[in-house]
Design a protein around this ligand. Structure first.
Ligand SMILES: NC(=O)c1ccc[n+]([C@@H]2O[C@H](COP(=O)([O-])OP(=O)(O)OC[C@H]3O[C@@H](n4cnc5c(N)ncnc54)[C@H](OP(=O)(O)O)[C@@H]3O)[C@@H](O)[C@H]2O)c1
Length: 314
């Protein structure tokens, strides 16, 4: 496993970290709890030292599973792996979805995340999204207050626009930004957000690295997903057929490196110096092992360009 310094902090983080959206069991596939716990344990034992989660992933279920998995083996994994959680989505009375980063919601999330993860202090907390009601400054001031009071070690945001990132950074220094970034979606690089983070010493951990499965070893058709999974709809039609051609062409490039499309996709994001780590959405130890093999592998610029050319022309 290869480690990189997390922005301006003294934390050395693995370049591949584990995501747990699917472990929550809502909104994106589903997985049984034993597989989720096995995957967390496998990743930590393989050197992954950061796990990504959110209150919205199963409305506390993913956080609880992580807390449980890290307590095992006398809590030894708890001392090696940190947890990054995100606040925004929660389930209120009568199962009404609450989307908020107001000071009151953040206070509830702080108590809830601590209890579910079984810790007195949270390692990293990000605001998952702008709730479009709470001013950016109010939301960040609240999070920074919890940090200065010693409840959280590091703070940051996810999915913020460049303008919102700038406003947030003016309010309090951020340590982490989490956007989508992949061969199939380069927006955050092209609109200057990655450069902004680098200039400000903000670590960047990216998601959707596998295009939600489009860059996995095998692309699944929409029919292979549950009707409530967004891929039931999106994995169909002419654009989906084009993505399959992209996958086939990338496969030829991957072969030259004795690797898979998945590993090429992970190496591609890690080859950007602004990227600190890639989140992988593995749900079994076998899937995780496949992705972790890409740790430390960087691509030369001509191959980075060649892959992008395939994505736009295939
Ligand atoms: N900040 C945010 O707003 C945000 C949003 C989304 C995700 N995330 C984080 O990122 C993590 C990853 O999710 P993502 O959306 O970025 O998805 P992703 O990693 O781009 O794709 C994940 C999908 O790839 C497939 N996959 C992964 N490893 C595989 C392997 N070794 N072999 C075969 N298939 C494999 C699985 O598809 P199947 O389901 O078909 O098995 C899995 O659902 C989440 O768990 C979460 O922690 C954050």
């Amino acid at each position: 496993m290869t480690y990189q310094q997390m922005g301006n902090t003294d934390f050395s983080v693995s370049d591949i970290i584990l995501g747990t959206w699917k472990a929550g069991g809502t909104g994106w596939g589903a997985v049984n709890d034993f597989d989720s716990i096995d995957t967390i344990e496998y990743c930590v034992d393989s050197g992954v030292n950061l796990i990504d989660t959110a209150t919205g992933y199963g409305y506390g279920r993913a956080e609880r599973l992580i807390g449980f998995a890290l307590q095992g083996e006398g809590g030894s994994r708890k001392s090696t792996a940190k947890v990054m959680t995100k606040w925004y989505l929660w389930l209120g009375e009568d199962d009404v979805k609450i989307r908020s980063v107001s000071p009151e919601t953040q206070a509830r999330s702080l108590a809830g995340s601590k209890a579910r993860l079984g810790v007195d202090k949270l390692d990293i907390v990000l605001l998952h999204r702008d709730d479009k009601v709470t001013p950016i400054e109010t939301a960040i001031e609240t999070l920074a207050k919890f940090q200065s009071e010693g409840h959280i070690s590091h703070i940051g945001v996810s999915n913020y626009s460049l303008e919102h990132l700038e406003r947030a950074q003016k309010t309090a220094p951020l340590q982490m930004y989490q956007p989508p970034f992949s061969l199939l979606n380069t927006t955050v690089r092209d609109d200057g957000r990655l450069a902004f983070c680098r200039e400000n010493g903000i670590a960047v951990t990216v998601y959707r690295v596998l295009g939600g499965g489009l860059l996995a070893p095998r692309i699944k058709d929409g029919d292979e997903y549950a009707f409530w999974d967004p891929r039931f709809e999106s994995h169909r039609g002419p654009e989906f057929e084009r993505k399959k051609r992209v996958h086939a062409e990338l496969g030829k490039v991957a072969q030259r490196f004795d690797s898979s499309v998945l590993q090429l996709a992970v190496s591609w994001v890690l080859s950007h110096r602004e990227v600190t780590c890639a989140i992988i959405g593995a749900t079994t130890p076998e899937q995780a092992a496949h992705s972790l093999a890409a740790s430390g592998k960087r691509l030369p610029q001509n191959v980075i360009d060649e892959c992008e050319e395939i994505v736009t022309t295939a």
